[in-house]
Design a protein around this ligand. Structure first.
Ligand code: TEU
Ligand code: CA
Length: 564
């Protein structure tokens, strides 16, 4: 069915933390199969699986050593085939995670490539000579490019006396997309998975493949030794490559694609997602997720700014209006790289349920395809662990660089930032019930369970009609029932209000007004129009909501008014 993804809701599963079926402390494919009924009852249409391929797990699967086999603790190819079969039997499609900007350094291609300068696989990766040598005869990297995981984007290989490029960790060498054979092998691999029955792709760092092949320094700020530049995402051939990927793979199937596109603006998103461009169906933007990073800080995401709601609203307004009738938005608050939204911009204390519902409603009633990250539907929260409890390479590399080397943050300051923004906030085991390890496993999990699992778990939510779970179930259903949600336009209300996020959707004679309070304050608002013809579609307070032009909005309250 054309554009099925426009009325779909995607549920993102981080397999390592979803359900452990064989009690080794690691989530697995059979655990996901066990929970497909749960997902079917929630009403999700598509599952996005984070990488399940063979991997040494340096970056939890984003370092792939074999694209044609499953990471053994997750299961086997037969388990994957059964997961596809069982999902399809329930009317649920499955997207795989495509990680082809880089492989693991344990991939056979890289093992060969690093053997010698004239190895047939040498040109599968990006090798460059040292720019020179310092006084201690230490080789100097070819340029000042920085890794997203701290330090230089170049790693010296003693054996062949050259550097190789890695925009992420040194265990994730970048593939050379200029090499036609590399691209051919990637497309063949993708078609192999599509032939198995995979329904689409979440494309990791989809806009980083094309490099600035002159490999010149990027402009740097004072004291900035390594630069992570937006020019990473503006390589000269990126659109050619994505169009080629569409021609060689996507165009042959009725599939859904979403590209993770760091640095991309709303205007550029049209070039990635306009149907006529024949590239991707939608992209993940990072712009709204960077609102609470102090601008221009040398400590990047770890320098946290307070949420500026007017700025957040303007970002959403820009993406809604720019892509309207031109492209398509993905809609997300959470994923495996982001902290839990109810802790980040809601209230994970006394107003946890109300604020989680408010956040969900504001997101899901906009135009685009919503992505629910596992645990979001039951209001899972951030965790506060000690440094040694964390597993994430991004956290540990940043600690070494920021606290131990640059000393631009103290241990306590950095730990406070990890508790607020660390990726492992999203990666703690799913909280199924209040039994040991939250019902995730009877073995010690690979990452500690969030201690709040006794209070926050799926079993408890499914027993309570007013739970966040059933709120999400209703939002998912409304998307299928109400054309205004998928087709309507978007107009922001009260743009400068620092507490209230409100907007109007219009579709033919239909109107939808959504009002959310992003604060613990009680506020008064004035709504224009003849409100007595509106019905209350959703509200997160039990008390009767009297609809008039002057409305009192309670702490973390959200309501949606509809006129047919
Ligand atoms: O993330 C790409 C990316 O930009 C992130 O590294 C982001 O900058 C960072 O996580 C913000 O904290 C993708 C995957 O989603 C991520 O899990 C992988 O680590 C990364 O690519 C490398 O494959
Ligand atoms: Ca397991």
């Amino acid at each position: 069915m054309a554009d099925f993804w426009k009325k779909s809701v995607v549920y993102q599963i981080y397999p390592k933390s979803f359900k452990d079926s064989n009690n080794d402390g690691i989530g697995d494919l059979r655990g996901i199969i066990e929970k497909l009924d749960y997902l079917q009852e929630l009403g999700v249409d598509i599952i996005w699986l984070n990488p399940v391929y063979a991997s040494p797990q340096a970056d939890n699967g984003y370092d792939i050593s074999d694209y044609f086999s499953i990471y053994p603790p997750f299961g086997t190819l037969d388990d994957m085939k059964q997961l596809l079969q069982e999902s399809h039997r329930r009317g649920i499609k499955v997207m795989m995670d495509l990680v082809v900007n880089h492989t693991s350094d344990e991939h056979i291609w890289f093992k060969e490539s690093r053997k010698s300068r004239d190895n047939p696989y040498r040109d599968f990766y990006i090798w460059r000579d040292a720019r020179g040598y310092d006084d201690n005869r230490k080789p100097i990297p070819p340029n000042n490019w920085g890794s997203f995981f701290s330090g230089s984007a170049w790693e010296w290989d003693e054996n062949t006396e050259q550097f190789y490029l890695h925009l992420f960790s040194k265990n994730q060498p970048d593939l050379n997309w200029e090499n036609d054979l590399v691209r051919r092998k990637i497309y063949d691999m993708m078609n192999w998975w599509m032939q198995m029955g995979v329904d689409g792709w979440r494309i990791d760092t989809c806009n980083l493949y094309s490099k600035q092949t002159a490999f010149l320094d990027f402009p740097s700020r004072d004291g900035e030794k390594y630069v992570i530049s937006p020019m990473y995402a503006r390589g000269p051939r990126i659109h050619e490559f994505l169009r080629e990927m569409n021609r060689e793979v996507f165009s042959r199937y009725d599939c859904v694609t979403v590209g993770e596109a760091p640095f991309t603006t709303a205007e550029e998103a049209i070039i990635y997602t306009a149907p006529g461009e024949r590239k991707l169906n939608m992209i993940f933007t990072f712009e709204h997720m960077e609102i609470d990073s102090a601008p221009g800080s040398m400590n990047g995401k770890w320098d946290i700014a307070k949420l500026n709601l007017p700025r957040l609203k303007k970002v959403f307004e820009k993406w809604q209006k720019t892509l309207y009738k031109k492209g398509w938005n993905s809609l997300y608050w959470n994923n495996h790289d982001q902290p839990r939204i109810v802790s980040r911009w809601g209230d994970d204390g006394q107003y946890r349920v109300k604020s989680a519902k408010m956040l969900a409603c504001i997101l899901h009633l906009m135009q685009g395809t919503p992505f629910i990250y596992q645990g979001e539907e039951i209001g899972m929260t951030n965790c506060r662990y000690n440094l040694e409890d964390y597993n994430d390479i991004e956290i540990h590399n940043a600690y070494r660089e920021i606290v131990q080397e640059q000393k631009t943050m103290t241990h306590d300051e950095f730990m406070e930032a990890v508790h607020k923004k660390g990726r492992d906030n999203a990666r703690t085991p799913f909280q199924w019930d209040d039994s040991e390890n939250a019902g995730f496993s009877s073995a010690r999990p690979w990452l500690k369970v969030n201690p709040r699992y006794k209070e926050i778990n799926a079993e408890k939510d499914r027993k309570s009609p007013d739970s966040i779970y059933y709120w999400y179930q209703k939002l998912i259903r409304l998307r299928k029932e109400m054309e205004i949600i998928t087709e309507g336009d978007f107009n922001l209300l009260f743009p400068d209000d620092e507490d209230i996020f409100a907007y109007m959707r219009t579709f033919e004679d239909e109107r939808l007004i959504v009002v959310g309070n992003f604060s613990g304050k009680t506020r008064e608002i004035e709504l224009d129009g003849q409100l007595d013809v509106y019905e209350i579609l959703l509200k997160n307070y039990d008390e009767r909501l009297s609809i008039s032009n002057r409305i009192t909005v309670k702490p973390w309250e959200v309501f949606a008014l509809y006129r047919g």
